[in-house]
Design a protein around this ligand. Structure first.
Ligand code: MF3
Ligand code: CO
Length: 276
C-alpha cells in the first residue's frame, strides 16, 4: 500500500456490515462447536468435519476450503505449529495446545476468527501464552475505538505484550491481521508490532481482522513441506486468537462475537456500538 493512499481499502455499507455480522455469528457458533469437540483422542480432521457441518447447516460457505487450494474448512495448528496447520487424523493428546482458525461467507461477505484451546491437563505456561495472546488481541481491538491510524493497533498489541510479559513471549512478525469484506484477505495489513509505518487512516466502513500470534520462544519460523503449516524453528509452542471487527459511524463492533465484544472490551473502557 502506497503511503498516504487509502484508495485500495474497501469501505462497507450498513447492509454489507449486516451480512458480515451474519457470517460472523455463524462462524462464532461453529467455533463454539469446534472448541467443545477438541479433546484427548479426537482428531483435528473430525473437528474440521463438525465445523464444516455447522456452516452447511447455517447456509454459510467456507472461505478457507479451496483458498489457493487449501483442503479444509479450518486451520488447526497444534503445539509448535503457529498458523495454517492442516487438519489430519492424528488424535489430540493430553496437554496439546491447538489453535482453531475458521471462516464463513454469507451473501459474498466474509468473517474470519480464531481461538486457542488446550486439551486435557494444561501446562500453566501454555495457559499463560494463550491468555496473553487473547488479551493482546483485545488490546488491539480496543485501540480501534480511538485510533486515527491502523498502526496504532500494532502499537497497542506490542506495548501490552512487552509491558506485561517482557521478553517472555515473542510476537510473530511474518504474519499479520488484514482487511476483510468481499474477500477474506484485503488491504490493509494490520501489524501486530510497533512500526515506523503508521498505516492508513482508520475510517468508518473499514473491517479488520485482528490476529496476534505469540510464541514462548523465538519468532523464527518456517513452512513445512505441505506448503501451509508454519512452525517455530525452535519447536516452542505458539497461540493464535482472531476476531473480525467493523468500524462504523457509531463506533466499533466485533462481528465474530455475539455481544460485539462488549464483555471483553468493558474492562478496557470501550463500549462497542451496535451496527446501524
Ligand atoms: N484465517 C487465516 C488467516 O487470516 C486464513 C487461512 S487461509 C487458509 O491467516 F487457506 F488456510 F484457509
Ligand atoms: Co485472518
Amino acid at each position: 500500500m502506497a503511503i498516504g493512499k487509502n484508495s485500495k481499502i474497501e469501505l462497507k455499507t450498513a447492509e454489507q456490515f449486516r451480512l458480515m455480522k451474519e457470517a460472523g455469528l455463524i462462524l462464532s457458533a461453529a467455533l463454539d462447536t469446534a472448541v467443545a469437540a477438541a479433546a484427548v483422542g479426537v482428531s483435528t480432521a473430525e473437528i474440521d468435519q463438525l465445523f464444516a457441518a455447522e456452516l452447511a447447516k447455517a447456509g454459510a460457505k467456507s472461505n478457507f476450503l479451496g483458498y489457493y487450494g487449501y483442503p479444509a474448512t479450518i486451520c488447526t495448528s497444534v503445539n509448535e505449529q503457529i498458523v495454517h496447520g492442516i487438519p489430519n487424523d492424528r488424535k489430540l493428546e493430553d496437554g496439546d495446545l491447538v489453535s482453531i482458525d475458521g471462516g464463513a461467507i454469507i451473501g459474498g461477505w466474509h468473517a474470519d476468527s480464531a481461538r486457542t484451546v488446550i486439551v486435557g491437563s494444561a501446562d500453566p505456561a501454555d495457559v499463560e501464552l494463550s491468555a496473553a495472546t487473547e488479551a493482546a488481541m483485545w488490546r488491539g481491538i480496543a485501540a480501534m475505538a480511538s485510533a486515527s491510524r491502523v498502526g496504532e493497533i500494532g502499537d497497542a498489541i506490542d506495548d501490552f505484550v512487552t509491558e506485561k510479559y517482557g521478553q517472555k513471549f515473542g510476537i510473530i512478525e511474518d504474519y499479520t491481521g488484514h482487511g476483510i469484506g468481499s474477500a477474506m484477505h484485503m488491504d490493509p495489513d494490520v501489524l501486530n508490532y510497533r512500526s515506523r509505518h503508521r498505516g492508513p487512516k482508520l475510517r468508518a466502513g473499514m473491517a479488520l481482522a485482528i490476529e496476534p500470534l505469540l510464541v514462548r520462544g523465538g519468532i523464527a519460523n518456517r513452512t513445512l513441506e505441505d506448503e501451509w503449516t508454519v512452525v517455530t524453528e525452535d519447536g516452542q509452542r505458539a497461540a493464535h486468537w482472531e476476531h473480525s471487527v467493523a468500524v462504523h459511524p457509531g463506533g466499533i463492533w466485533v462481528l465474530t462475537a455475539p455481544d460485539g465484544g462488549a464483555a471483553k472490551l468493558a474492562p478496557l473502557g470501550v463500549k462497542p456500538a451496535p451496527l446501524p
